[in-house]
Design a protein around this ligand. Structure first.
Ligand code: RIB
Ligand code: CA
Length: 315
C-alpha cells in the first residue's frame, strides 16, 4: 500500500537526494513537488525540481511557491553550500517541462481536499507554502494524514546560528504557524539528521544506480562534501532531507519523543525551535497550547544510510 505525498522542497543538493528516493520508492506515490526559496531562489528551485523529475523519466506536477519569508527580509541563498545553481554548480541539461499554473499552496489545498485523510505533506525547506496552504484552507489540519518536516533542532544546536536550523531560520513566522497548527506532525531535525553521514562509498553506489539522475547526485555531492569537510570536519554529508522520508518509511530507525513545539520568531534566537515534553508540566499553559508533535531526538545513522543505499540501488 503506497503513501501519497506532496514533497515541498528547495532543491538543493540534499533535497535532490531525497527527491530521488521519493521518485524511486515503490511505497511512495509522489503527487507533486512544491517549491520554495531557501537553498536557492524560487526560480532555481522550480527549475531544479522540474529537471530532477525529468531525469528520472517521470511526469510529476511541479507547483511554484514562496519566493520570500512571510515577515523577515530574505537571507541570501547559501551558494557556498549548494552552489549558485543549487546543484553544486555542475553544468545542467536544459529543462523541457514547465511548472503547473497553480501556486504551491493552491496545489496542496486542492490535492488534500480531493483525498482527505490520505496525503502526507513532507516539507524539507522553509515552510511558507504550508503556512500559505493553512491560510487558504484552515480545515487542512483535519484532512492531511500527517505533516513530516525536516527542520528545527531541540538539543543539537543550530547550523545557521548557534540555536537555529536553516529551514526554520529562513522563515520563522511561517514555521511558527506550521509547527503550532493542530495537525499530526513529525519533526525530523538536526538531533536526528546529524547522526547520519552519507559517505563517499555509499554515494558512489547510489550515483551508479540512478542513471542520468545519478550523475547529478554524484557530482553535486562532491560540492556538498567539500563544504562538510571544511565546516564540520567530516568526510561525507548529512542527508537531512532524505531523513524525513526515511522516518516516513522506516520510523523504527528514529527515537521519538512527544512534545509541544514553539518557534522563536524575533531577536537573537530567531529560528530556534523549543520543545516542551508532553510528559511534563511547566509554569504556565502557553507551553502546551498546540497539539503535541512527534519529535525525532536521535537516529540510527548507519541504518539510515544503509536504507538509503538499498532504496536507491534496488533493481
Ligand atoms: O538545515 C538543513 C536543511 O536546510 C535542509 O533542508 C537543507 O536542504 C537546507 O534546506
Ligand atoms: Ca532542503
Amino acid at each position: 500500500m503506497s503513501t501519497p505525498i506532496i514533497f515541498d522542497t528547495d532543491p538543493g543538493i540534499d533535497d535532490a537526494q531525497a527527491i530521488a528516493i521519493a521518485l524511486a520508492h515503490p511505497d511512495i506515490e509522489l503527487l507533486g513537488l512544491t517549491t520554495t526559496f531557501g537553498n536557492v531562489t524560487i526560480e532555481t528551485a522550480t527549475h531544479n525540481a522540474l529537471l530532477l523529475a525529468e531525469l528520472a523519466g517521470q511526469s510529476i506536477p511541479v507547483a511554484q511557491g514562496a519566493s520570500a519569508p512571510l515577515v523577515k527580509p530574505k537571507n541570501p541563498p547559501p551558494g557556498h553550500i549548494h552552489g549558485d545553481n543549487g546543484l553544486g554548480n555542475m553544468p545542467l541539461p536544459p529543462v523541457t517541462t514547465q511548472a503547473v499554473s497553480q501556486s504551491a499552496a493552491a496545489f496542496i489545498v486542492e490535492q488534500v481536499n480531493a483525498r482527505p485523510g490520505e496525503i502526507v505533506l513532507v516539507a524539507v525547506g522553509p515552510l511558507g507554502n504550508l503556512a500559505a496552504a493553512l491560510q487558504l484552507d484552515p480545515s487542512l489540519v483535519a484532512k492531511v494524514k500527517r505533516v513530516v518536516i525536516m527542520g528545527g533542532s531541540i538539543r543539537e544546536g543550530g547550523n545557521v546560528t548557534p540555536v537555529a536550523e536553516a529551514n526554520i531560520f529562513n522563515d520563522p513566522h511561517a514555521a511558527a504557524r506550521v509547527l503550532q497548527a493542530d495537525w499530526p506532525l513529525t519533526l525530523v531535525g538536526l538531533d536526528a539528521t546529524h547522526r547520519c553521514v552519507l559517505d563517499p562509498t555509499s554515494m558512489e553506489k547510489i550515483a551508479a544506480a540512478q542513471g542520468e539522475l545519478g550523475k547529478i547526485l554524484g557530482e553535486s555531492y562532491t560540492f556538498y562534501r567539500d563544504f562538510y569537510q571544511q565546516a564540520q570536519g567530516i568526510d561525507g554529508c548529512c542527508p537531512h532531507d532524505s531523513c524525513a522520508l526515511v522516518w516516513l518509511l522506516k520510523p523504527e530507525l528514529f527515537q521519538v519523543e512527544r512534545g509541544y513545539l514553539s518557534v522563536v520568531t524575533e531577536g537573537l534566537a530567531e529560528g530556534q525551535t523549543l520543545m516542551a515534553p508532553a510528559s511534563r508540566q511547566f509554569v504556565d499553559d502557553r507551553w502546551t497550547r498546540s497539539v503535541a508533535a512527534d519529535v525525532c531526538l536521535n537516529a540510527d545513522g548507519p541504518a539510515v544510510i544503509q536504507w538509503m543505499v538499498e532504496t536507491l540501488t534496488a533493481e
